[in-house]
Design a protein around this ligand. Sequence first.
Ligand code: AMP
Ligand code: ZN
Length: 113
Amino acid sequence: MADCLFCRIIAGEIPSNKVYEDEKVLAFHDIDKKAPVHVLIIPKKHIESVAALEAADSETVAHIFNVARQLAEELGLKDGFRIVTNTGKSAGQSVNHMHFHLLGGREFGWPPG
Ligand code: AMP
Ligand code: ZN
């Protein structure tokens, strides 16, 4: 998707501060972090959002969670972390390429805003 910000990051057309990459996923630091650790984990395949997932994407989503667990450990989030996926306009999704925010390093409130 030529006009998708995260597809352009995957293609290397826009720089990112990478923390993990393999053939299926990319993880990089959020440019406007909301916690001491704020990493975005994205599939390399362009999937608009959780609402656009297909059954065939199940393995990729499971892999993303495994990467999240691994990164949480590597980044020292031993007291806990939060994984957030805003889906759609009312939930605050601003980039229409599915992404998982991995947040940690501070206390989080509940319910979320
Ligand atoms: P959301 O608002 O849930 O769709 O999340 C999109 C996230 O992408 C926000 O937290 C932004 O700060 C982040 N973001 C936008 N542009 C970039 C970029 N060029 N590099 C890294 N993160 C970005
Ligand atoms: Zn995309």
